[in-house]
Design a protein around this ligand. Structure first.
Ligand code: PDD
Length: 289
């Protein structure tokens, strides 16, 4: 089955999808994006992702490429064309094509929209059953991490260092020793007395859509939740740790740097939340982010 992408108004074979060399996304990373999970053919937390895309666009004073409802139709059409049942949709909006100049282009410059899909076999992923390790690295990013921009170089450098250290993720750390989030996920710990902790959604982190869903699921499960910063030392000593994102769901963390978390296997709360999240995306629980 041929694989399609969507580029500026057209569905095109994936290997022929191309944007102009003066697209501002290419030259300035002047763009925003979303990653939406597709599970059993359905988009997970679609409204939450669309609302965050609108917010990112607004924060960067970038026009929307089309009406939200039309974009949602295009997304569904791409999923159908690619016969996607499990995986993700990647969508990216940039400020369009214009002669290189740091300042914004003329107001009538149309934003560029690109969408691709990727197949993923969530059911066979070992990370959910075995857990993963993370390493901590300095947070070198800018002061607007709440915007989901494609400007991801510090994130890429941290992720590469994690991979080179044999880890799944890098947790980014402020100068005062607090963990902000992962290079492409939100960071969570469970304290020795069973409290679930994650950082509040300020400008220092991306307010993950999965993060928000997990907070609701945790409340439904009667877990004690505290939204506050935690330190690397607390993470090393935590009873459990996990990361969350559209593609990580709830991925248990069994090692942070050299510290083995719990008994080195996924902890009970992490497993409970992963099960709840899997039930949620399979439509076995009813609520939306
Ligand atoms: N990343 N923090 C960062 C820095 C992220 O890049 C992501 C998602 C998250 C989690 O957000 P959500 O739950 O909405 O996926 C937190 C996506 C998956 C990516 O860049 O591929």
């Amino acid at each position: 089955m041929p694989r399609y992408c969507y580029v500026n108004g057209r569905f095109t074979p994936h290997n022929q999808g191309a944007v102009h060399i003066e697209d501002r996304g290419y030259q300035f990373a002047d763009g925003v994006y979303e990653v939406v999970t597709v599970a059993d053919g359905k988009l997970v937390d679609e409204e939450g992702h669309m609302a965050r895309l609108d917010r990112s666009l607004k924060e960067l004073r970038m026009p929307a490429p089309m009406k939200r409802a039309v974009l949602q139709l295009k997304m569904r059409e791409l999923i159908r064309l690619n016969g996607l049942t499990d995986g993700l949709v990647y969508m990216q909006v940039t400020r369009g094509v214009a002669p290189r100049n740091h300042a914004f282009p003329a107001e009538d410059t149309p934003p560029a929209l690109v969408m691709t899909t990727k197949r993923m076999d969530f059911a066979s992923m070992r990370k959910f059953t075995d857990g993963v390790s993370v390493v901590t690295r300095p947070d070198l990013r800018w002061a607007r991490c709440d915007i989901k921009t494609v400007s991801l170089l510090p994130n890429c450098l941290a992720k590469q260092e994690a991979y080179e250290a044999g880890a799944y993720e890098a947790w980014l750390v402020k100068e005062n020793g607090e963990v902000t989030e992962g290079s492409s996920s939100n960071a969570w710990i469970v304290t020795a007395d069973g409290k679930l902790i994650t950082r509040p959604p300020t400008n220092e982190i991306l307010n993950g859509i999965t993060r928000r869903t997990i907070i609701t699921l945790a409340a439904e499960e009667g877990l004690t939740f505290e939204e506050r910063a935690f330190s690397v030392d607390e993470a090393h000593a935590a009873a459990e740790c996990f990361v969350s994102s559209a593609t990580s769901f709830v991925t248990p963390v069994v090692k942070v740097d050299d510290a083995v978390i719990g008994d080195g296997s996924p902890g009970p709360l992490s497993r409970k939340l992963l099960d709840a999240y899997k039930d949620y995306i399979a439509g076995r629980r009813d609520r939306a982010a």
